[in-house]
Design a binder for this molecule. Structure first.
Ligand SMILES: Cc1cc2nc3c(=O)[nH]c(=O)nc-3n(C[C@H](O)[C@H](O)[C@H](O)COP(=O)(O)OP(=O)(O)OC[C@H]3O[C@@H](n4cnc5c(N)ncnc54)[C@H](O)[C@@H]3O)c2cc1C
Length: 419
């Protein structure tokens, strides 16, 4: 039999055309597998299908797996809902050392800063073999993604007192952990919510000069240096990395390339008693309208696309959101000047920013760059705010807000009946 390669131009054409109805079947027949990522061409050259390389990550983005073990994931990625997570699992059998992270967990979930901190913790842990990142969580939580965020061990302290403001008892538990484990590093978020205060209390107790306002860690001649903001964020201070760190947002990239185990961890020693000198009298209701934009957690912001301002104010009241605005809405006299969001207004850090009829001009986007989740309501699906948003609703703002008010009111009514 002749050794010459026989070509079937029609089948090759179908194989090249991903939209052809017989594309998958022809690929499988030519290679004896289901939709392979690699095959030998008629000329004997190794070919790769770039559409099948990599896998879809948890945030919906395509990721390239450089280890090359993602054949199964590749075909699964073609069928939505069947995604196989092929990120390598970071397994630590019995940790020899620990890097401890005490996340803020606002609303019971890891914040963006908490995730950055876990990314930094993994960087520090990777310098020594068998070093685990241990996260300490006080009270109940709703988070499901500890393993994805880079937690190797999870210490969940469930005492009822941790549901309230109890920094002294939290500190007592951390000191117990310090004497049990002697971790390599302690990482706290340098935030007003809890980590900033708890981290400073802890550093004083163990007599370490903490690095506060840390935004970068780098290696200089085998030594780890950290750069911290000082003098009201006007200067950068470079110093050797101490054991206790209070870090700022974007201090490191969050973990995305590896999966972790988040194995439950428990304190070894018995209960620690501590003098509780602070009594939590409960939360005080605050009118969202009186909250300053810079501190607001949930902002409903209106722009030039808002036609029904009365409906906008009602929506803010029903949702319990703080009101913000674009410069055009302010210039047109619909909103006061102190409500302007953006480069020449207030830079906001809300957990949820709901932009209604705002196009997303660069000056506006600058002011919302650290917001955690952005939702856009706009008639233009191609505008920059929709591109920036995590969720977009395309349609007329007045009609959508009206429906939203109806839904929220109905939900409130239902909850009142159940209670
Ligand atoms: C030096 C300088 C500094 C500035 N600083 C700031 C600043 O700090 N903050 C700021 O915001 N701007 C600032 N601006 C202005 C900025 O460039 C934009 O002009 C402004 O942000 C646009 O506001 P807007 O998105 O509300 O309006 P537009 O750009 O007019 O956008 C309106 C949007 O509403 C949508 N829309 C229209 N009708 C509807 C409807 N019925 N339902 C839903 N959506 C609808 C449209 O599709 C559009 O996307 C600055 C400009 C300069 C030059």
């Amino acid at each position: 039999m002749s050794d010459s390669l026989r070509r079937d131009p029609r089948r090759e054409q179908i194989r090249r055309n991903r939209l052809h109805p017989q594309h998958d079947a022809v690929l499988a027949a030519m290679n004896g597998t289901d939709s392979p990522a690699e095959w030998l061409s008629a000329q004997g050259i190794k070919r790769r299908n770039p559409h099948l390389i990599g896998f879809i990550g948890p945030n919906g983005l395509r990721r390239i797996d450089r280890s090359g073990v993602q054949g199964g994931a590749a075909s699964a990625a073609k069928s939505p809902g069947l995604t196989v997570d092929s990120r390598p699992l970071h397994h630590i059998e019995s940790p020899a050392a620990y890097v401890v992270v005490v996340p803020d967990m606002p609303g019971g979930r890891l914040s963006a800063l908490d995730k950055d901190l876990l990314g930094l913790a993994q960087q520090l842990a990777s310098r020594q073999p068998e070093t685990a990142v241990l996260a300490v969580v006080f009270g109940s939580y709703k988070e499901l993604g500890f393993a994805d965020a880079g937690v190797d061990r999870l210490l969940h302290l469930t005492d009822a007192v941790f549901e309230q403001y109890s920094p002294e008892l939290q500190l007592a538990r951390l000191l117990q952990l310090e004497s049990d484990l002697q971790p390599e590093y302690w990482l706290f978020p340098d935030s007003g919510l809890g980590g900033g205060d708890l981290g400073r209390r802890f550093a004083v107790q163990i007599d370490v000069r903490a690095a506060t306002g840390l935004w970068q860690v780098r290696q200089d001649n085998e030594q780890l240096q950290c750069i911290c903001r000082g003098a009201a964020a006007t200067v950068d201070i470079t110093r050797e990395l101490p054991r206790v760190v209070l870090a700022l947002p974007e201090c490191a990239e969050p973990v995305s390339d590896t999966r972790h185990e988040a194995v439950a961890f428990s304190l070894r020693a018995g209960q620690v008693e501590s003098l509780q000198r602070i009594e939590d009298m409960g939360a005080v209701g605050v009118d969202p309208a009186s909250v300053s934009l810079a501190e607001a957690e949930f902002i409903l912001s209106g722009g030039n696309g808002v036609t029904d301002w009365q409906g906008f104010h009602t929506a803010a009241e029903v949702l319990g959101a703080t009101e913000g605005a674009s410069r055009v809405a302010v210039d047109d006299g619909f909103m006061p000047r102190d409500r302007q969001v953006g480069a020449t207004g207030t830079w906001v850090t809300a957990r949820v920013y709901l932009a209604v009829g705002i196009s997303g001009a660069i000056q506006h986007l600058q002011g919302i760059q650290t917001c955690e989740k952005v939702i856009a309501i706009n008639t233009d699906p191609g505008c920059d705010m929709v591109k920036r948003a995590d969720l977009a609703v395309i349609g007329d703002a007045a009609a959508i807000l009206e429906k939203l008010i109806e839904k929220v009111n109905a939900l409130k009514q239902e909850t009142r009946h159940v209670a």
